[in-house]
Write a protein that binds this ligand. Structure first.
Ligand code: ADP
Ligand code: MG
Length: 701
């Protein structure tokens, strides 16, 4: 149960004065809350300002620079209401100081209201944006009007918040003000010495400092106040991950070990030797699997680094122990690709494999399910279809999940629940910078495949403006004549799949004119079997140029393909370009990647393409990507449902993550049940950042 101390923070926003159900709906939108998820006080408190309006400039009227925000002390001289029946003419109030005049302009104003607000003959301090109209200094709808008595209440630096249509800055500001008064006195959950060392204020003080900026720089993410809250958020996250892990470790696992005979058979079937890092990864996994605890290991490896065979070795380990394994891929194409790599090796090693995707139906599917349930299959390769209700295993021991960021956590767990004490191996081809690995996966064990299999040639990458398209087509034509195989990736038009497709189809028609039957197309809206056929024809060399939308992004493996053209490369993210380029350079022949862009390029796009030209190191590319655009969509978090951060900005605060991680580890080693006074305080933190599922685990364990 949530500590009652936090109740005021989790109350619906409608508890704030002036915030009715109508406004509350707008706040839901602002905070990205779901339809039936009310906006709460805490959401508003965590909605931090992005800037300020600085009202500290208090010039005489003579010195006002039109266009600037100023605060000026004036005397009200006279009112000029619009003529009767002409409501569109603005209501004007004339004011002055001893150096000049100012006209205050109001549209659709109520006369009574303005006469009360700005009584003729009195002093007022007004603040707002000035402008020059017809040579006269004006202020349209002053933001603030105060009398001399109220002058001390005028905030000279006001926070600016991200808004949504229908919510004005003043409304949000007032609400934030009211929300601040709801912050209770909370026990400190951070280590005092750590706070001191970093100059971090207390939680409530930090919120105050940001929502009540004393000066414009007070709302910068670099401030101790913001950093404190970011650290809170990181610590909550790390603690939650730590608790989950602690819980998982406390559950009985089942050691799967054997003499490694089956692995030896797989190795014997391989037409190549494992790279040193593949060997190390296999050792790591075998050691994990033999332990009576559950494995949660991340196998990180750049595209083409050979993760599939490592996954197969892992599967072989549990299969030798008489149990089953499942390999889940995010797309149909990928699942089939894995199967194609695995099946011949498995057959030689005597491993029984089947595939299960949305495409298997009827008798075929029934038969596979039947064989899985009675243990006649050792390994099943598939897609989401694997965690449907009627899929049952005789004894699932290992779940291998490829391209993990495309699956939500609950999907991972759904697969794990199909067995008893299921070990988990997660494969990711997106090289994730260390800091992010920590954030998203906590102290998940990691194996890295850093070197590419031997014999790979570097890829020659060039950037070319789109107006040289003809030359590119000619060059591709020469390559095709030499028997080479090429991909042609079409621009990504984010808004709609149909326009993506139209672009690809246009290009296909165009290239067909040049190269006839050598050209084929594959895209996301094709039927599965048609996609497979297109891939198979290309793989077999029956077609040589494959026009594609980004469906080929992940995992597709045709080692003979050595040319890749990416149209409108400037529209792709770095990670995506890297993934795409990873489709070539997989065989022994030299590969070329042409990045076509529409000139002129913006600075960031220029930098991105330059990085692609300079390096093939996925880890470096990932780091650069992070640097260039912040955490952004690097992990595809938007699609995956991995929650991003509410307060922390990875680019600014990311360096605090290792500390938060160590902190969490130390806390849990000393106080695994969060029972000490600090532990109690930390429970508040977990609730505040809604990591309370983790607390439930404490009770369950
Ligand atoms: P990814 O890590 O992108 O999933 P894959 O597992 O698809 O990479 O492997 C890419 C290609 O490299 C496959 O054709 C595979 O057979 C091959 N491969 C894997 N390991 C080695 C190795 N040690 N030596 C040579 N080729 C390898
Ligand atoms: Mg792969």
């Amino acid at each position: 149960m949530r500590p009652s101390l936090l109740d005021p923070l989790f109350a619906a926003l409608t508890v704030l004065p002036g915030t009715g159900p109508k406004l509350e709906k707008l706040y839901r939108r602002l905070f990205d809350r779901g339809e039936d998820m009310p906006a709460r006080v805490v959401d508003l408190l965590f909605h931090l300002p992005t800037g300020t309006i600085d009202r500290r400039s208090r010039p005489k009227l003579r010195d006002v620079v039109p266009g600037s925000v100023v605060t000026v002390a004036v005397t009200i001289d006279r009112h000029r209401p619009p003529p009767p029946n002409r409501p569109r003419v603005p209501y004007q109030v004339y004011a002055s100081d001893d150096t000049g005049d100012l006209v205050l302009t109001f549209f659709h104003a109520k006369r009574d209201y303005l006469e009360k607000l700005l009584p003729v003959g009195e002093h007022r301090t007004v603040s707002g944006t000035t402008a020059l109209y017809d040579g006269i200094l004006q202020m349209v709808h002053p933001d603030r009007v105060v009398s001399d008595e109220e002058l001390h209440k005028l905030p000279l630096v006001e926070p600016v918040y991200p808004l949504t249509e229908g919510l004005s800055l003043n409304v949000v500001r007032k609400a934030a003000e009211a929300a601040l008064t709801k912050v209770p006195k909370l026990p400190e959950w951070q280590d005092e010495a750590w706070l001191k060392r970093n100059d971090f204020p207390a939680f409530a003080d930090a919120l105050n400092a940001l929502h009540h900026p004393a000066e414009p720089t007070a709302v910068m993410p670099e401030t101790p106040a913001w950093s404190r809250l970011a650290y809170d958020e990181f610590l909550a996250g790390q603690l939650a991950l730590g608790l989950v892990r602690q819980h998982q470790k406390s559950l009985p696992g089942r050691g799967s070990s054997g003499e490694g005979l089956l692995r030896a058979k797989v190795i014997k079937a391989l037409p190549y030797a494992l790279t040193p890092s593949q060997g190390r990864a296999v050792d790591d996994i075998v050691t994990d699997l033999a332990r009576p605890q559950r494995m949660i290991r991340l196998l990180q490896g750049d595209v083409g680094s050979g993760k599939t065979v490592v996954a197969l070795m892992a599967a072989a380990t549990v299969i030798e122990a008489g149990r089953q394994a499942a390999l889940m891929a995010p797309t149909e194409i990928l699942a089939r690709q894995h199967l194609a790599t695995i099946a011949p090796l498995a057959e030689k090693a005597g491993i029984r494999v089947a595939v299960l995707t949305g495409r298997e139906r009827g008798k075929e599917r029934d038969e596979t399910l039947q064989r899985l349930a009675i243990g006649e299959l050792d390994l099943v390769v598939g897609t989401h279809a694997l965690f449907q209700d009627d899929v049952a295993f005789r004894d699932l021991a290992l779940a291998i999940i490829d391209e993990q960021h495309r699956f939500g956590v609950h999907q991972r767990l759904a697969l794990a629940r199909k067995g008893e004490a299921v070990d988990m191996l997660v494969l990711t081809a997106t090289p994730i910078p260390r800091t992010l690995v920590l954030t998203y996966f906590g102290d998940m064990e990691i194996s890295e495949l850093r070197e590419k299999p031997a014999g790979r040639q570097p890829i020659d990458t060039r950037t070319i403006p789109l107006d040289r398209l003809n030359e590119v087509v000619a060059a591709v034509g020469r390559a095709l004549n030499e028997g080479k195989r090429a991909y042609w990736v079409c621009p990504l038009v984010a808004e709609s799949e149909t326009s993506d497709l139209a672009a690809a189809e246009d290009r296909f028609a165009d290239l067909k004119k040049h190269f006839g039957a050598k050209v084929d197309i594959v895209h996301g809206q094709m039927k599965g079997a048609d996609k497979d056929r297109a891939m198979a024809r290309f793989s077999a060399g029956e077609t040589q140029l494959l026009v594609a939308t980004t469906v080929i992004e992940v995992g597709v493996d045709v080692p003979a393909a050595t040319v890749m053209v990416i149209e409108h490369a400037e529209r792709f993210g770095l990670a995506q370009l890297h993934q795409l380029r990873g489709r070539i350079g997989r065989g022994r022949d030299r590969s070329t990647c042409l990045l076509l862009y529409r000139a002129p390029l913006g600075e960031t796009a220029k930098a991105r393409l330059a990085i692609m030209r300079d390096t093939e190191d996925g880890f470096r590319i990932a780091e650069e990507d992070l640097r260039l655009r912040g955490e952004g969509d690097l992990l595809g978090t938007k699609q995956s449902g991995i929650p991003g951060f509410r307060i922390a900005r990875i680019e600014v605060h990311g360096k605090l993550i290792p500390a938060a991680r160590d902190d969490a580890a130390l806390i849990l080693s000393r106080d695994p049940h969060l029972a000490s006074p600090r532990g109690e305080a930390l429970r508040h933190l977990l609730y505040l950042f809604e990591r309370d599922e983790a607390i439930r685990l404490l009770r369950a364990g």
